[in-house]
Design a protein around this ligand. Structure first.
Ligand code: XLS
Ligand code: MG
Length: 347
């Protein structure tokens, strides 16, 4: 059982958005990217999740010196705002060269772009004193099964991970699995795949996983079990808490917004493992509701954080003795109703 972790929270600037979706225009005015960082502390957040171009916009067109100078500005800004960069992720899904994937593209030239961009991402992370690189392998998958040799694709992903570990002896790689979207089938769909890649890599200690609730749900799995699996291997580097209504497009709903009990179980598993006691962040990856008015819209962040903390209270106030007895008696009917009543505040 954990000794009362006090959590620290993170989110990415993309979580404050204009509200566009694939079928519609922006519904809110843009809120300047640089102004977003001043919102973190007042909202109760200390960690910033970055894509490489959240740190250095337009980095493909910049020289190494320009990249370093922009990264130095961001480092100073973070210091001024009292913020910690949690990770930097290479954005490998927007450029023309990533149309067919990045590390697994069929084009050698495009794979070279992906590697070059990855090195730039690591340089940027280093420049802002961040040691974690998140690999959300967006387009590493296929729409047409026969279009790629999946075995070769796995080898290419592993070779890239090894090359990253060689490129910088200090960085950690946190793989964020997702089973689909944008591709209909992804090569690293679950935390089991990510952990296997970690063990197969040349430095398993430095390769871990990041679990996003909605991604586990999209794979038809229970996020709390996915988290438990990673925790059992000491490979849960971070989480992206949110929620998801069924096997649909990636919704990034408020944490607990679709299934409060599933959210409770994620909190329970994290608490039981003492997650966070080594400084791991509780990350959120939640989208503001499209219909929400205002600019900037941030309530989804503070609300999801508050729901997490309420659920921590719910876990800490569970009658553990009773849970233990019901488990030994195999009275899971009574256990279920106890949990439901506890969540509803009925005593
Ligand atoms: C997309 C991912 C993305 C990552 C960072 O589905 O959740 O937002 O967290 O690249
Ligand atoms: Mg995410």
């Amino acid at each position: 059982m954990s000794s009362q972790t006090s959590y620290r929270f993170s989110f990415g600037p993309w979580n404050i958005s204009e509200g566009a979706d694939p079928f519609g225009i922006d519904v809110r005015p843009a809120f300047a990217h640089e102004k977003k960082f001043a919102l973190y502390r007042p909202l109760g957040f200390e960690g910033v999740q970055f894509h490489d171009d959240d740190v250095v916009p337009g980095l493909d067109g910049l020289s190494p010196a320009q990249i370093q100078s922009k990264a130095a500005d961001v480092k100073a800004m973070l210091l001024n705002q009292g913020l910690t960069p949690e990770f930097v992720a290479p954005r490998l899904w927007f450029a023309e060269q990533t149309t067919d994937g990045a590390y697994t593209s069929n084009s050698e030239q495009d794979r070279a772009y992906a590697w070059d961009r990855t090195k730039k991402c690591i340089d940027i992370a280093r420049a802002i004193d961040c040691k974690a690189i998140v690999l959300w392998l967006a387009r590493e998958g296929t729409y047409i099964r026969e279009s790629k040799d999946a075995r070769l694709a796995y080898r290419r992903i592993l070779e890239t991970i090894d090359a990253m570990l060689d490129y910088d002896p200090k960085i950690e790689i946190w793989i964020e699995p997702k089973p689909n979207e944008p591709t209909d089938q992804a090569y690293v769909p679950t935390i089991g795949h990510a952990v296997a890649l970690a063990y197969a890599s040349k430095d398993p200690q430095r390769v871990k996983g990041l679990i996003e609730s909605a991604h586990a749900l999209l794979a038809g799995l229970d996020p709390s079990d996915e988290m438990a699996f990673a925790l059992a291997h000491d490979k849960l580097a971070s989480v992206h808490l949110n929620d998801q209504n069924g096997l649909k497009y990636d919704q990034d709903k408020n944490f607990g917004g679709a299934n409060l009990r599933a959210a409770f179980n994620q909190v329970r598993v994290l608490e039981e493992a003492g997650y966070g006691s080594r400084g791991e962040f509780v990350g959120l990856d939640v989208k503001a509701i499209r219909t929400q008015r205002g600019c900037p819209v941030t309530e989804h962040l503070s609300n999801s954080r508050a729901i997490f903390l309420h659920l921590v209270d719910k876990f800490r106030s569970l009658d553990q003795k009773l849970v233990g007895e019901l488990r030994s008696d195999r009275d899971y009917e009574a256990l279920e109703v106890y949990i439901l009543r506890h969540l509803m505040g009925i005593h």
